[in-house]
Design a protein around this ligand. Structure first.
Ligand SMILES: [Zn+2]
Ligand SMILES: [Zn+2]
Length: 287
């Protein structure tokens, strides 16, 4: 099966993505990949244009007072492009232009709630994309959050929303509320145990919920040596991609949007991200 992956990338300062987009050499030339990039303030010519997030969408997900506060941050533009990539990925998935996506971000996502933000997160890209998809007719969504920290912002936004299955793998105790589920992970685990947990706790819930799209809030800060180290190896991320892609194939025509969340090290990013993208594009089918 041929699938087309949209890669949403905005050029940014900082350590973790310093090797990109060069680290995608050999991937971007493949006919299955489509790059949507943005370079601000002066973007070089490219085939596609990554759009900044529309302002009217912002206040559907975040309180106006919070948006005003975020707008004062020096990372505001980066936050707009990061969340804009997730929204645009969802739109292009909906029109069939792409089958799945990987969104590079400068700032996350899951610690940004209705009226609060923090932990390097300014706007909630997945929530903004879901608001956009609802406006154009989609009804059911899943977010699988494998960043090891609790996604308090995403939980807050969807606490009363039954159209979203939010599966958060973190250190909080098991809780379930309106399809928001905390799936506890130990402080130290192994790739094997973590993958078993995904297969046991995430897959059956997604199957019975039947979302139209799965957002994968992927943080690599749980990798050995990272700031949220739970003992995962750098190879575990590719295994997660294999599992989640198979799950998306089964329940929602392969509609999977991977969103880069936590993680600070350049080495893990440069190792893991191209492997995930190859998997989502089907370039590594021989592995
Ligand atoms: Zn959690
Ligand atoms: Zn994290």
């Amino acid at each position: 099966m041929t699938r087309h992956i949209g890669i949403f990338f905005h050029y940014q300062q900082g350590e973790r993505l310093r090797d990109f987009p060069q680290a995608l050499d050999g991937i971007l030339q493949d006919h299955r990949t489509m790059l949507y990039d943005a370079h601000y303030p002066d973007k070089p010519p490219a085939g596609f244009q990554l759009q900044e997030l529309p302002q009217d969408l912002l206040c559907q997900v975040h309180a106006p007072a919070m948006v005003a506060q975020v707008a004062k941050s020096e990372l505001y533009q980066s936050a707009l492009y990061s969340a804009g990539g997730v929204v645009q990925a969802a739109e292009k998935l909906r029109t069939g232009e792409i089958d799945n996506a990987f969104v590079f971000t400068g700032c996350g996502d899951h610690h940004a709630g209705w009226s609060f933000y923090g932990g390097g997160c300014y706007l909630n890209g997945a929530a903004l994309a879901i608001a956009r998809l609802k406006a154009i007719g989609a009804q059911r969504f899943a977010i699988v959050d494998t960043d090891p920290h609790h996604g308090d912002g995403t939980w807050d936004i969807f606490a009363e929303d039954e159209s979203v299955l939010y599966l958060c793998l973190c250190h909080n105790p098991f809780t379930e509320q309106n399809h928001n589920v905390n799936i506890p992970i130990p402080w130290h685990t192994t790739d094997e145990d973590y993958m078993n947990l995904l297969g046991r706790e995430v897959a059956p819930r997604a199957r019975s919920f039947r979302p139209e799209v799965i957002f994968w809030n992927w943080g690599y800060d749980g990798t050995h040596g990272e700031y949220g180290d739970i003992g995962l190896s750098r190879d575990c991320h590719h295994r997660m991609a294999v599992l989640l892609q198979a799950l998306a194939d089964e329940v929602c025509k392969g509609h999977l949007i991977a969103v880069l969340c936590g993680g600070s090290g350049r080495k893990v990013a440069t190792y893991a991200i191209p492997r995930i993208i190859r998997r989502l594009a089907g370039i590594d089918d021989h592995i």
